[in-house]
Design a protein around this ligand. Structure first.
Ligand SMILES: [Zn+2]
Length: 92
């Protein structure tokens, strides 16, 4: 599981049936795990709905091909919950 700051969102996404396409974990000192869900994340809406700690930030990956990727990233633990901009469903 991702860190405590993002765990509530991850749990909810898993409960919603969103498919996990990739989960990466390194065994370094930092708990560092990135989870990719096959769903578009409306990060702005999620930020309002969950009361995340200030360490959780919206992570944008601007790419000319894929467009705008919205994901949530914990700057403290270096964990992330990533969406897929080309997925059909949008999660708010
Ligand atoms: Zn964290």
């Amino acid at each position: 599981m991702v860190c405590e700051h993002l765990a509530a969102l991850e749990k909810e996404l898993l409960a919603s049936g969103a498919e996990v396409t990739y989960r990466g974990q390194s065994w370094s000192k930092n708990c560092r795990e990135w989870v990719y869900f096959e769903v578009r994340l409306d990060a702005d809406s999620l930020m309002k709905r969950f009361s995340f700690d200030p360490c959780v930030q919206v992570h944008e990956n601007k790419d000319s091909k894929s467009g705008l990727e919205h994901s949530l990233y914990c700057s403290k633990c270096h964990d992330g919950v990533m969406g897929n901009v080309s997925a059909k469903g949008i999660y708010r």
